[in-house]
Design a protein around this ligand. Structure first.
Ligand code: PEP
Length: 233
């Protein structure tokens, strides 16, 4: 079975027409096991071209006076099957993506609406030498302790690897897989993804890492040449 490829478009592309152009590249592939995370305004448009789509963030609330927020129910009604939770860019910018209690509420909202959560964790320092395993333990343990027998993707994404062109090394990723599995302790159906500067010239090597079931890919998901090549993996 090929690895799952999850494409996080972040705040791109800029328009409906540019989204059509980008989708036309995805439409050419017969590769299964891919998920696109477009900006929410393009969810339905993406759904017309891709079987599996997801939303980049959800509210921890189900409805009400929360201007600008998008609920899990709304995303599901647009065809989303997955939702990213606590991406490091959200952890840095929005307080609500950085507290365990809110992250737990978001995951509960996801399950209530049949969305599969993709929880992002990873070292928070942009300095590789300050990587501290306790950071990922503190991000994951209080959250996972609340769930049993659930399906969840955990995307290991150290900040220093995101968008930097320098992916994490094999030992580093294997160490993260080990910590994640220890914390889960077989309670949930956890699939570990790696994210951070995954590109066509490193995906093959990264695919050999034990315990990695797929990738969360940002920048390369927008570049035609990269994407075409990644979709052949
Ligand atoms: C991401 O946005 O989750 C990501 C991993 O980005 P990039 O692939 O650009 O490093």
């Amino acid at each position: 079975m090929s690895k799952i490829l999850m494409f996080n478009w972040k705040m791109n592309p800029n328009s409906y027409n540019d989204t059509e152009k980008l989708l036309s590249i995805y439409k050419k592939t017969s590769r299964k096991n891919i998920v696109i995370f477009p900006p929410s305004v393009f969810l339905q448009q993406a759904k017309e071209s891709c079987d599996q789509i997801g939303i980049q963030n959800i509210s921890s609330y189900d409805s009400g006076a929360y201007t600008s927020q998008i609920s899990a129910k709304m995303a599901a009604s647009c065809g989303a099957k997955y939702c990213i939770i606590a991406h490091s860019e959200c952890r840095e910018t929005f307080r609500d993506s950085n507290t365990s209690s809110t992250i737990i509420k978001k995951i509960e909202e996801a399950y209530k609406n049949n969305l599969i959560p993709v929880l992002c964790i990873g070292y928070t320092s942009s300095n590789i030498d300050q990587s501290d395993d306790n950071v990922i333990i503190e991000q994951l343990k209080p959250v996972l302790d609340n769930f049993t027998n659930k399906q969840i993707y955990i995307a290991y994404e150290p900040i220093w690897a995101i968008g930097s062109g320098k992916p994490a090394g094999i030992d580093d990723i294997e160490n993260a897989v080990k910590i994640i599995k220890q914390i889960n302790n077989d309670r949930n159906k956890v699939s570990v993804l790696y994210g951070g500067s995954v590109k066509s010239d490193n995906i093959e090597e990264l695919s050999k890492i034990n315990g990695i079931e797929g990738f969360l890919i940002g920048g390369a998901s927008l570049i035609e040449k990269e994407l075409t090549s990644l979709l052949q993996n």
